[in-house]
Design a protein around this ligand. Structure first.
Ligand code: NAD
Length: 377
């Protein structure tokens, strides 16, 4: 079996490739990771940093080889068709897990160049895989796993189905109400995936990933913290609000909730996110194409703030306060979303949010996390 992971140097990709390297330590399984270090560059460009120290790309390459000699990682730009096609032609992958993307909505709003870059990069990467699978006659063999986002659904009032709206026997791809240029790049992906299945018979598996939170304590070994750590961003551009609130709490600052903070959004722990992608490999009876709403909890930021404040490692003096909402949004919107397909893949019970928050805070402490970036723009 041959597996390609794109974006293997990223927040999700790094614990994923470590977990696969440990699970498939066998010469019959070849695992290839690729990344062009975009995330590291862009975080540097906005003058931010990961709160926990992570090893360099070269150190990570060496570390992977030590874990499993059938795993390799290389610097490669996935938006370059020739390079991708050569790789696909050489390995004839059974699975391509495509995580590579520019994933920040605020970054995609910086200006026309950032919007163009985000959409060109993200959409081109996916199109390259669709075409190279087709051009190498791999449609029957290769499963293309692609992480889009629950953000493609926007905030509708209906219960969100798992990827398709059904009318009688017909089903139509659903996911086009995004609220940012980045999220819109994933809407384009949704449509391109559906088209590729119709015209090229591409077997695709679209994971509509929710907001991923926490650190990778499952794929972790305290004897080698630096190499096991995945990144933890908490800045305005690359940190999700939960990470920002955790970092505020650890800096003994009050958590500032915009407005009422009661709108419910979908979340998943990094552990469950990785676990479900690992489970997908070798899944028996996988359909030719499918969508999975990859979330486990639908909660409000107010509920999450309360959990953060319950951690024994957070000072009792830290509180949360509701501040004037600078955004125009429905502050009490209760999103509802199906995830039947996804729970079948996750198999186990979802990790309780309380565990995700507490274990993450504890790992940040163990790693002496540093929070040097300002939270604002
Ligand atoms: N983390 C989340 O909360 C979340 C939520 C929804 C969807 N997703 C999606 O999941 C995937 C992984 O997200 P993440 O949080 O790990 O992001 P990340 O930025 O940490 O990882 C993506 C990796 O892809 C690499 N990359 C980008 N463009 C590339 C290119 N042209 N060639 C090669 N490598 C390239 C980056 O350097 C980075 O290491 C992304 O597709 C993202 O859109 C993530």
């Amino acid at each position: 079996m041959k597996i390609l992971i794109t974006g293997s140097d990223g927040y999700v990709g790094w614990p994923l490739i470590i977990t696969l390297a440990k699970k498939y330590n066998h010469k019959k399984v070849k695992i290839v990771g690729i990344d062009n270090l975009l995330r590291r560059r862009l975080v540097g460009k906005v003058r931010a940093h990961s709160a926990v120290k992570i090893s360099s790309f070269d150190e990570r390459k060496k570390f992977l080889k030590k874990l499993n000699k059938n795993v390799s990682m290389q610097k490669l730009d996935a938006s370059d068709y020739k390079k991708i096609n050569n790789l696909v032609k050489k390995y004839k992958f059974d699975y391509i897990i495509n995580l590579a993307a520019q994933p920040s909505a605020p970054y995609s709003f910086l200006g026309i160049n950032e919007t163009n870059f985000t959409q060109n990069n993200n959409n081109q990467i996916l199109r390259n895989f669709i075409w190279s699978i087709n051009n190498n006659n791999l449609s029957k063999k290769c499963k293309l796993v692609h992480t889009t986002t629950t953000g493609v659904y926007g905030f509708p009032k209906i219960k969100i189905p798992e990827g398709f709206l059904k009318k009688g026997r017909e089903k139509y791809p659903f996911g086009f109400m995004a609220g940012s240029w980045y999220h819109m790049s994933k809407c384009n992906d949704v449509n391109n995936l559906f088209l590729s299945n119709r015209v090229f018979k591409t077997q695709y598996h679209d994971f509509r990933t929710a907001i991923v939170i926490g650190l990778n304590y499952d794929a972790y070994d305290a004897s080698d913290k630096l190499n096991y750590n995945t990144r933890f961003d908490y800045d305005y551009y690359f940190g999700v609000v939960v990470n920002r609130f955790i970092s505020m709490a650890l800096k003994k600052q009050d958590l500032t909730i915009y407005g009422k903070g009661l709108q419910k959004k979908p979340f998943i722990s990094l552990n469950d996110c990785v676990k479900s992608l690992v489970n997908f490999i070798n899944l028996k009876n996988a359909k030719k194409f499918e969508v999975y709403n990859q979330y486990t909890h639908m909660v409000s930021i107010k509920e999450i703030s309360k959990l953060i404040l319950k951690s024994k490692l957070v000072s009792k003096n830290v509180k949360f306060k509701n501040i004037k909402n600078p955004r125009i949004e429905n502050e009490t919107h209760k999103m509802r979303m199906e995830n039947k397909n996804f729970t079948k893949i996750l198999k186990s019970k979802a990790e309780p949010l309380r565990d995700t928050i507490f274990k993450t805070i504890s790992l940040l402490k163990v790693n002496k996390a540093k929070f040097k970036t300002k939270f604002g723009k």
